[in-house]
Design a protein. Structure first.
Length: 114
């Protein structure tokens, strides 16, 4: 069973679930890559199963670790933990056991937010 996805907003969910909406907001090429990356997330058992998109962990503004994945050269998809009681190791998220993730945002690499 793959990762379970949720979204930070209804607008973001619409972009991720509606190909036409994604094409209008992101353009045809990025929308196509987004659909591929979402399918890869759903097929992955853990974050370490992701082989493309250069998944990169980094701390967000609160210090919690989130991930970003490339959507081509110009966009990135950001996601974080969505477990109500996340698995931990020594006060850190155990990403090897995270099965629920929340799609947080899609950004142009120059900073524009979707």
């Amino acid at each position: 069973m793959g990762l379970v996805l949720s979204w930070d907003s209804l607008e973001l969910r619409a972009i991720c679930e509606n190909e036409l909406e994604a094409k209008q907001k992101l353009g045809m090429q990025v929308a196509s890559i987004l659909q591929t990356r979402l399918a890869e997330l759903v097929a992955a058992t853990t974050i370490s199963d992701l082989l493309v998109g250069n998944p990169t962990p980094f701390p967000d503004s609160t210090g919690e670790v989130v991930y970003k994945i490339n959507l081509g050269r110009d966009h990135e998809l950001f996601f974080g933990n969505a477990h109500p009681n996340p698995p931990m190791i020594e006060d850190l998220l155990d990403w090897t056991r995270i099965r629920r993730i929340k799609i947080l945002s899609i950004h142009e690499k120059n900073g524009t937010n979707e």
